[in-house]
Design a binder for this molecule. Structure first.
Ligand code: BTN
Length: 241
């Protein structure tokens, strides 16, 4: 694979890739590893991944065409790209807002996007993806699952990386072409807990609702049976299991 660096072990592929960006690095360049000593999750969490078992990589994009206020579209495009590949293996993979990949009630993959903005322009986005492929025992990760546990067989991590890379570049092309409607509608289609009524918890307590949609700025919109809607930023609402 061109534009690709594999390191057997690193602190974090997001960090490793960020350190390369002072030189000239092509859009789509990937850093992949077998093991991270400081794998970063969202909100300062640690990303757990057993050595040599899973897909751990970061890809750089230069979305200079996208106003920073719309940067959540990169997140939408990435999660749609991953779910499309996974649903080609088996149906039932969904996107849990903001951008976790779930199978039934368990988390298969996480995405951490770190962006650089200069003035009113996006300079780069480092898209970090951790996807549980062949791991079967997890230490601390909350409700994890792997593809091996779902499909009952081992998968080739390199093959999966190739499919996900081309799927991300494909969705990114759609985004670049300005077809935001397509990204939004596909993201909505795969949204976890958008059908039926589910328990959520916010500052006022537990309530039942379903996921209506996610705004372009990343706000989650929930709707109750009475037809009222409420909007949340990350950490303001919890999905109850
Ligand atoms: C989450 O908390 O759900 C996001 C997890 C993102 C983990 C991936 S693993 C590859 C890349 N490098 C990191 O340090 N984090 C991301």
């Amino acid at each position: 694979m061109d534009d690709f660096r594999f390191v057997d072990s690193t602190t974090s592929t997001n960090k490793e890739l960020a350190a390369l960006l002072n030189g000239s690095v092509n859009e789509g360049f990937i850093v992949q590893t077998n093991y991270q000593t400081q794998g970063k999750g969202q909100a300062g969490n640690y990303w757990e991944s057993e050595a040599g078992k899973n897909l751990l990589f970061s890809m750089v994009l230069y979305p200079e065409f996208l106003p920073p206020i719309k940067q959540f579209l990169i997140s939408k495009a990435t999660s749609v790209a991953i779910v499309k590949v996974l649903n080609g293996l088996k149906n039932g993979f969904e996107i849990k807002w903001p951008n976790d990949i779930y199978f039934q009630n368990k988390k298969l993959a996480g995405i951490l996007i770190e962006t650089a903005i200069m003035g009113s322009q996006m300079k780069h986005a480092i898209i970090g993806i951790g996807l549980n492929v062949n791991q079967e025992v997890f230490q601390k990760a909350p409700n994890p699952i792997s593809l091996k546990q779902i499909l009952g067989k081992e998968l080739d991590v390199t093959h999966l990386l190739k499919s996900i890379k081309s799927s991300i570049l494909n969705e990114y092309k759609t985004l670049k072409s300005g077809d935001i409607h397509q990204i939004n509608s596909e993201y909505s289609k795969y949204l976890f807990r958008s059908k039926g009524l589910w328990k959520f918890k916010d500052a006022n307590g537990v309530f039942e609702a379903s996921v209506s949609h996610v705004k372009e700025n990343g706000l989650l919109v929930l709707k109750t049976t009475q037809g009222t809607t409420s909007e949340y930023w990350m950490k303001e609402v919890e999905f109850l299991f």
